[in-house]
Write a protein that binds this ligand. Sequence first.
Ligand SMILES: [Zn+2]
Length: 275
Amino acid sequence: MPEQPSNQPPADRSDRSSGSDRSSRSTSGDRHRRLRPSGGYRQLRSFQVATLVYDGTVDFCERFVDRASRTRDQMVQAARSGRQNIAEGSRAAATTSQTELRLVNVARASLDELLLDYEDFLRQRKLRAWAKNDREALEVRAMGRALDQSDLSDHSDPAVHWKLYSRWLEHPSPEIVANTLICLIHQTNYLLDQQVSALERDFVQDGGYSEQLAAARIEHRRKQNEAGQPAPAPHCPLCKKPMALRTARKGKQAGSQFWGCSGFPECKGTRPLDG
Ligand SMILES: [Zn+2]
């Protein structure tokens, strides 16, 4: 079992839609989002297929794996970790691309483990594992390809997505269900590998989040200087101590700024702001 990130939320039920985590974010999260937009993981194809793998695994274990077996828990947890880390990674994109990359890699590792469990299941029971180009494998893959080319919003609903695969996933033969899930895990892994290469490309082109933040800060400072930011603090004409920016509280200059001696009230030295 790969290590779970420690800040993982307890369950995925806390966010009802891809948009809801947007509004509940803190102010600093909003600042991050402007630099690196994210969210909408429910529209991610990898998340959708991983959800199918998770639901399929829960159902598979329920029907075909001994309740007392440790493998059963491990399979369900690996499937869940795959799905959860894809969602978490997508949300983390708002803050750092390093975190996003790490979470996507955790998802990938979890699904690799699950893949081995299904391969073990078939081998240990002397069941047939589909070869890459067996007719059945090609049929399952063709469904995935058809979905890739269709409108993504159509199958962001897991129940609708499940129905498209139910003839395989609900089949009475564990051999067919396990092989179908193996195909779906390969599909998810392929999609995750594409996400990882895209992330790495972005990272090289635009720098990580901290580089983007530093660039934004430098740009902000440059603009301030152009707008005529005050020069460094001068020294007091009376005692030579550094001076501080003050605001006049009374008199006809009230509200305007001037340099006051940092030795005030002992020293009453002042300078006009633009002097
Ligand atoms: Zn002074």
